[in-house]
Design a protein around this ligand. Structure first.
Ligand code: SAM
Length: 308
């Protein structure tokens, strides 16, 4: 058995977690040897120096991987949105900070935080610059508003600081709002676009978030959700499971001194509805033309829907 799996709290494990591991149980040791190059045998004993070194290297490389794939995913997300000057956009769960257990996880994974709003704004500004060079264009009177909403004020503060660093501190188009995705303070039919990146997995009631997204969007408005999702490709799935359940919590413990947060991260991904089911939930909230795209084999998925 994977050593990391033994320490997962039973009461927090979803049925899916159980299923994943019973599926691979028959070839368990063989697969462990294959995937870890025998390292799992070391992990079952006391961690020695070599093992710690290997873990740190793989932790650092996964952080680099996360950083670069994150950027690519955000670019993809924003390109689906087709930002335009004068647009009213709402980016929910858009902050970053350093409180509670959840925030600890976010801070440690915060390389891309705030990027959605910044990228939309940069895209709008570049369209504006081009349009301003067109003397026939008198369509730029509408003020662009990109609202960044997060439940946690500390997250928002860090986001604001990042905006300053990017030279967007004085940009009145960026509006920072503390609020709950499940009960938004925005008016009905007030937004052209809605994004939520790596946020919906952690809310208590996904249905409420979707229904609020539907309420605040104008007709023709687009909902986009970027979220860690489910891998269904044979072998890659097993490798991903192994990495998630055996390596990540242990890395969290060794490198960040915080096994619990990383354990939470892995389990929250597994509890999140699979791509098809989540698409149905979006449709149930009233959205049409619901579709999704898997990135990195389903490690991440982008779901979208239109309010018509
Ligand atoms: N969107 C950013 C990104 O992609 O980097 C930040 C994602 S961060 C992993 C998740 C964010 O969701 C946190 O800032 C957290 O405060 C926020 N969050 C959690 N529950 C929320 C809720 N009910 N309403 C609004 N924000 C929430």
């Amino acid at each position: 058995m994977f050593s990391g799996f033994k320490e997962v709290r039973e009461d927090e494990k979803s049925q899916m977690v159980g299923k994943v591991f019973s599926n691979v149980a028959s070839n368990y040791d063989l697969m462990n040897d294959f995937m870890s190059g025998g390292l799992h045998r070391l992990w079952k004993d006391r961690l020695d120096f070599v093992c710690i070194f290997v873990l740190i290297i793989s932790f650092l490389s996964s952080r680099c991987f996360l950083y670069f794939t994150c950027s690519a995913q955000f670019i993809r997300l924003v390109s689906k949105l087709s930002p335009f000057p004068g647009m009213k956009h709402l980016d929910v769960a858009g902050g970053t900070g350093r409180l509670s257990l959840l925030n600890e996880v976010y801070v440690k994974n915060a390389e891309c935080a705030g990027d959605v709003a910044f990228r939309i704004l940069e895209s709008v500004n570049s369209i504006k610059r081009r349009a301003l060079q067109d003397p026939l264009n008198d369509d730029l009177q509408e003020e662009t508003r990109i609202h960044v909403c997060d439940i946690n004020p500390n997250m928002l503060d860090v986001g604001k600081n990042r905006a300053l660093e990017k030279g967007l501190g004085e940009d009145k188009s960026l509006v920072w709002v503390q609020g709950d995705a499940e009960a938004l303070s925005f008016e009905d039919n007030s937004m052209d676009g809605y994004t939520i990146a790596f946020g919906i997995r952690n809310v208590t009631h996904i249905e409420k978030v979707l229904s609020e997204a539907y309420r605040v969007l104008k007709r023709g408005g687009r909902f986009l959700c970027l979220e860690l999702s489910h891998v269904d490709i044979p072998v890659f799935k097993e490798l991903y499971d192994f990495y998630s359940f055996s390596v990540i919590p242990r890395l969290g413990e060794i490198v960040a001194g915080d096994r619990e947060s990383y354990q939470y991260l892995v389990e929250s991904i597994r509890r999140f509805p699979p791509q098809e089911k989540f698409a149905l939930m979006i449709a149930d909230a009233g959205f049409q033309k619901v579709e999704y795209e898997n990135l990195v084999g389903g490690v991440v998925a982008i779901h979208s829907g239109l309010k018509i």
